[in-house]
Ligand binder design. Structure first.
Ligand code: SAH
Length: 234
């Protein structure tokens, strides 16, 4: 159940996104209905996963420093923006290498006034070598970025030991899972029980894969810009 006030902010977000999407090609979901289900509800599915459920507002008046969540390859701002609206106590960062997408997401943030998000423009292979980003995040979100073996090499260096990587995927990915075995062991990412959900209608069932990072990432990862994709761990 989404509270009424949150629902109205999410509708504002949808309108601001659709206005940007009409100017730039950010997403294939161009109607309100497609954007609501395919982008907003699909992003919010993560609220039901264990790592994000654990971040629900705390009754403690002096909570620990706010959890840090990174959306790697945020594109037009999904899953970043709907989750930032629903988890105001967390601090979100959206990362993308394409400057015009980052600029469009910033305009959406300004229009809807989402205070708990900042954006960084650059390649994750480079940013993951900087102290401001390496092993700095409690949770990394990854939707529609790359195959598992590639995305784990990009995401693992950014997450804290004990933190989680959440990957939005379709259900039939047996081969992709097999092809990720070496990456999982090299990067100490242990798979936990995936979260399955149904968006209804023709959207159907999907899943969010969960990986927990068990140890510090070897300094050799990620490899140079472009290398994880060109020559994936296999
Ligand atoms: N997460 C969004 C966008 C997916 S498209 C969604 O689900 O709708 C993938 C995005 O990742 C693109 O915008 C691309 O520019 C960005 N990207 C790909 N590789 C990247 C890298 N190594 N570092 C930063 N951004 C990257």
């Amino acid at each position: 159940m989404i509270a009424e006030e949150t629902q109205s902010r999410l509708k504002q977000l949808q309108e601001a996104f659709l206005a940007e999407n009409a100017k730039l090609n950010l997403s294939a979901f161009r109607t309100s209905e497609a954007c609501w289900t395919g982008n907003i509800l699909d992003s919010l599915a993560a609220l039901e996963t264990e790592p994000l459920r654990a971040l629900s507002p705390s009754p403690n008046p002096n909570p620990n420093p706010s959890p840090r969540i990174l959306d790697l390859g945020t594109g037009g701002g999904f899953p970043l923006l709907p989750l930032a609206v629903c988890l105001p106590q967390c601090s979100f960062v959206g990362m993308d290498s394409v400057r015009k997408k980052v600029a469009a997401v910033q305009r959406i943030i300004d229009a809807v006034k989402i205070p708990n998000v900042s954006l960084v423009c650059g390649r994750s292979e480079t940013l993951a070598r900087e102290g401001a980003h390496r092993e700095q995040y409690d949770v990394i979100l990854v939707r529609a970025l790359a195959e598992l073996n590639v995305l784990l090499e990009l995401a693992a260096p950014l997450v804290k030991v004990g933190g989680h990587i959440l990957c939005w995927k379709s259900l039939k990915i047996e081969q992709e899972l097999k092809d990720s075995l070496l990456a999982r062991s090299e990067l100490s990412c242990q798979m936990e029980k995936p979260y399955e959900y149904d968006l209804g209608g023709t959207w159907g069932r999907r899943q969010i894969l969960l990986f927990r990072k068990r140890a510090k990432t070897n300094a050799k990862y990620p490899r140079e810009v472009g290398e994880p994709k060109k020559n994936p761990l296999l």
